[in-house]
Design a protein around this ligand. Structure first.
Ligand code: NDP
Length: 249
């Protein structure tokens, strides 16, 4: 059995930029039809859609705020109506609003928790019935190494990412009997817009703390997601795979 996603229908939340974009394109390269959602970047999202279509796959770029449960239901309904089923859900949309706890506002806390954690509930719940009807599915939730190790200045982000790991294990236990698998990818430091504003000194510190001695790139996350999306990982559920150059070992 090779790593093929031929015939599979996938959704990647936050697929307009960064890691989500790389995941969407990788899944299409391996043969899947792929829908992405985005919050604001319509132009970037449409470029990803065009890139997927250029590979001979079906694509959708749908504007949908990940924190809104009703919008999540609409997105899943559109995919199931137009493409008959959903096989793979990648919960990738996320934000960071870093601050030390003494300075963190309630708004910074709420924004990060709802965008990063409630969104996982929204899309996982909305896709559960269609996946049950389809007699299986794979959900891949994008957490972070700081959800495992914690990080000063990221209590909101770390809490949301640790919450994703607990959510995923519970979901995996609830739906394993329906052949629905749920797993987590925990990236380390990956070069994207999210990390683009970190200053040189912080970046050097991160590299020093990474045994492989460099930042990762979005494609390296996409490769791990593709494995979990495929039938090559058919006996893996409730697992968290770090893709972090060894940072959190
Ligand atoms: P980017 O900031 O580059 O991209 C974020 C993506 O999420 C964009 O597509 C954005 O859409 C979308 N998004 C943000 N908020 C919402 C929302 N409310 N509704 C719908 N879509 C939304 O981030 P990365 O690619 O770096 O990160 C992707 C995921 O990986 C996140 O969950 C992040 O926490 C995680 N991660 C990243 C790491 C890194 O080092 N980069 C490390 C560990 C984890 P739009 O373009 O419209 O704004």
């Amino acid at each position: 059995m090779g790593l093929s996603l031929e015939g599979k229908t996938c959704l990647v939340t936050g697929g307009s930029r960064g890691i989500g974009r790389a995941i969407a394109i990788k899944l299409a390269e391996l043969g899947a039809d792929v829908a992405i959602t985005y919050a604001r970047s319509a132009e970037a999202a449409n470029e990803v859609k065009a890139e997927i279509e250029a590979k001979g796959r079906k694509a959708k770029a749908i504007q949908a705020d990940a924190v809104d449960f009703g919008e999540a239901e609409k997105v899943i309904n559109e995919i199931v109506t137009d493409w008959d089923k959903i096989d793979v859900l990648v919960n990738n949309a996320g934000i960071a609003k870093d601050n030390l706890i003494l300075r963190m506002s309630e708004e910074q806390w709420d924004d990060v928790i709802t965008t990063n954690l409630k969104s996982i509930f929204n899309y996982s719940k909305a896709s559960a019935r269609p996946m049950m009807k389809n007699r299986g599915g794979s959900i891949i939730n994008i957490s972070s190494v700081v959800g495992i190790s914690g990080n000063a200045g990221q209590s909101n982000y770390s809490a949301s990412k640790a919450g994703i790991i607990g959510f995923t294990k519970s979901y995996a236990k609830e739906l394993a009997s329906r052949n629905i698998r749920a797993n987590v990818i925990a990236p380390g430091y990956i070069t994207t817009d999210m990390t683009g504003s970190l200053d040189e000194k912080v970046l050097e510190g991160i590299k020093e703390a990474t045994p492989l001695g460099r930042a990762g790139n979005p494609d390296e996350i996409a490769n791990a997601v593709a494995f979990l999306a495929s039938d090559m990982s058919s006996y893996i559920t409730g697992e968290t795979i770090r893709v972090d150059g060894g940072m959190a070992m």
